[in-house]
Design a protein around this ligand. Structure first.
Ligand SMILES: Cc1cc2nc3c(=O)[nH]c(=O)nc-3n(C[C@H](O)[C@H](O)[C@H](O)COP(=O)(O)OP(=O)(O)OC[C@H]3O[C@@H](n4cnc5c(N)ncnc54)[C@H](O)[C@@H]3O)c2cc1C
Length: 250
């Protein structure tokens, strides 16, 4: 991920569904951002009391996926989950006004890097819907794709600019719905490549199911806990660092 910090301004902000706020950020410093970055993520340095902390060591930082990029000026469109929880990023997204300042770092890379396979399984929620949107454009036209995205209401289903079939699971019990939906997967001899970006606890449950029921090798699974129930982003990061350290020394 590029360490470059870019200052930006809010060009537009609009609540597009009950749980998504679409915010477009623009800047003279975005000119090198081409549409190839659609689906990559940026780290947003969330302002506090309208003040932007540009120091990556002390700023409040949250990751968001680029839904779109304006090829003319590099303006980036981000969709923020709102009305699901309390946290600095979701609160900022609900209150921010056109013209307000913000900063970003990145973009960071896409998580999936194999675009030459026969079968993909894509699993997401509202935080990863735009990562899946990007993959639906990039995966081979001939590939078989099983995409499942859970959303809290039918109004939260958004356009993914694709003719591919996407299974939207409208549910108040996402873990159960996702695991149920997956139990009907049809797997041929060549195991699929799986991309999943979900709540961390659900990622673990899905991995277990993919292993126990379908014997999909771990090396075919690209997974990321995009958030973790009960932990804010900083505490979740500390937990991951601690687990990585424990794994290293054990
Ligand atoms: C690579 C990457 C890309 C991402 N892209 C997006 C994106 O495009 N849009 C997006 O909205 N999020 C995205 N996320 C997830 C987002 O960064 C986290 O949800 C982040 O924690 C939100 O920050 P916050 O300040 O609102 O809440 P925090 O202060 O981090 O957390 C406060 C509380 O809210 C809970 N919480 C956090 N997120 C959620 C949620 N989505 N639903 C329910 N409870 C939650 C936490 O468990 C905690 O209890 C992405 C994450 C990664 C790693």
């Amino acid at each position: 991920m590029s360490k470059q910090i870019r200052k930006a301004n809010v060009l537009s902000t609009k609540q597009i569904t009950p749980h998504l706020q679409r915010i477009v950020l623009g800047s003279d410093e975005f000119k090198d951002l081409s549409t190839s970055y659609i689906g990559n993520y940026v780290k947003v340095l969330i302002p506090k009391d309208h003040k932007i902390d540009l120091d990556i060591k002390t700023a409040c930082i949250r990751s968001y996926t680029i839904r779109d990029i304006d090829p003319e000026n590099g303006a980036i469109t981000l969709d923020f989950v709102i009305n699901m929880h309390q946290g600095p990023a979701t609160q900022w997204a609900q209150l921010v006004k056109v013209g307000d300042g913000v900063a970003i770092a990145g973009p960071g890379p896409k998580k999936l890097d194999n675009y030459d396979h026969g079968h993909y399984v894509l699993l997401g929620d509202l935080t990863s819907v735009n990562a899946i949107k990007a993959y639906l454009q990039l995966l081979p036209k001939t590939a078989n794709i099983d995409a499942f995205i859970h959303v809290p209401t039918a109004q939260d289903i958004i356009s993914l600019n694709t003719t591919r079939n996407v299974n939207w699971l409208v549910t108040s019990t996402p873990d159960k719905s996702m695991l149920n939906a997956l139990s009907n997967l049809e797997i041929s001899e060549q195991p699929p490549i799986v991309f999943m970006a979900l709540e961390a606890g659900l990622v673990r449950k899905v991995k277990t199911q993919l292993d126990e029921r379908f014997s999909i090798p771990r090396c075919n699974i690209v997974s990321s806990g995009y958030w973790k129930k009960g932990l804010n982003s900083e505490r979740y990061k500390q937990l991951r660092q601690r687990d990585a350290e424990l794994a290293r020394i054990s």
